[in-house]
Design a protein around this ligand. Structure first.
Ligand code: MF3
Ligand code: CO
Ligand code: CO
Length: 252
């Protein structure tokens, strides 16, 4: 495993790309409502990204056919935008945007609620974001990655009877889409990566509204990841930089 320590020039480039990814989600926010289909969201996102001199990292990545991921209800992640998936009241959806700007990668995702949603769905979405933010608050140089992230997230979501998906992880990011280290969202029970200033990685917990962390991949498209039991799943993602004092969220 080789965890890259980014230099100041790289950090600034990645910061710009992260800002654009985040701005893409800001732009989409008022448009993600009842009646829109996920292909339309994809096309709006792709135009926004290219209009800003960047491109989608997802499009063509290992054959992924679209520019963003749109993961609805029991879809954990890697949902493929489609004109057949039309948003309706009560849905929860994750939109995941990864940009390449001047060669640098920024990766972020958020949840959107198609109101009215049930109190239970709202709580899952809120507590998944809280779990992510609790992990980010723990980050600091000379701390162990899993002690700050996986342990904290697993312990937190267990309080609600939720399960944190184990077979998909966050990742180093910036010069490539997926770099070392893998960022586990559950307690490994051993010391993994010692954090150092200049490391950049994502944290992107996928939290299931059941006590089952297991997932399955749709065999017809090879991408769509679902909960095995049909439970709802939520995900939020930030790209973070380890600093001398703690961490900076680059995808704010
Ligand atoms: N953006 C996702 C992540 O957070 C990866 C999507 S890969 C794709 O790592 F090919 F599905 F786009
Ligand atoms: Co990611
Ligand atoms: Co992502």
């Amino acid at each position: 495993m080789k965890v890259i320590i980014k230099n100041d020039e790289q950090i600034e480039g990645i910061r710009q790309s992260c800002r654009l990814a985040s701005q893409t989600l800001d732009y989409l926010t008022p448009l993600i409502k009842e009646g829109i289909n996920t292909q339309e969201i994809n096309d709006l996102a792709d135009k926004f990204i290219t209009d800003h001199g960047a491109k989608s990292a997802s499009l063509g990545y290992q054959g992924f056919p679209k520019s963003i991921c749109t993961s609805l209800n029991d879809v954990v992640c890697h949902g493929i935008p489609s004109s057949k998936v039309v948003l309706k009241k009560g849905d929860i959806i994750n939109v995941d945007v990864t940009t390449i700007l001047d060669g640098f990668y920024g990766d972020t995702s958020r949840m959107f609620l198609i109101e009215p949603v049930t109190d239970e769905a709202r709580k899952l979405v809120t507590e998944t974001k809280n779990a992510l933010m609790k992990a980010i608050e723990k980050l600091a140089p000379n701390q162990y990655l899993n002690h700050c992230v996986g342990r904290v997230i697993e312990d937190y979501v267990k309080n609600f009877g939720y399960a944190s998906v184990q077979s998909l992880t966050g990742h180093g990011v910036g010069l490539e889409f997926h770099e070392d280290p893998s960022v586990f969202h559950f307690n490994l029970g051993f010391k993994d990566v010692l954090l150092k200033s200049g490391m950049i990685f994502t944290i992107e917990p996928m939290i299931n509204q059941s006590n089952n962390f297991r997932i399955k991949i749709d065999s017809d498209d090879g991408w769509t990841v679902r909960t095995v039991d049909g439970a709802l799943s939520a995900q939020w993602e930030h790209t973070v930089l380890i600093t001398d004092k703690g961490a900076e969220i680059l995808t704010k």
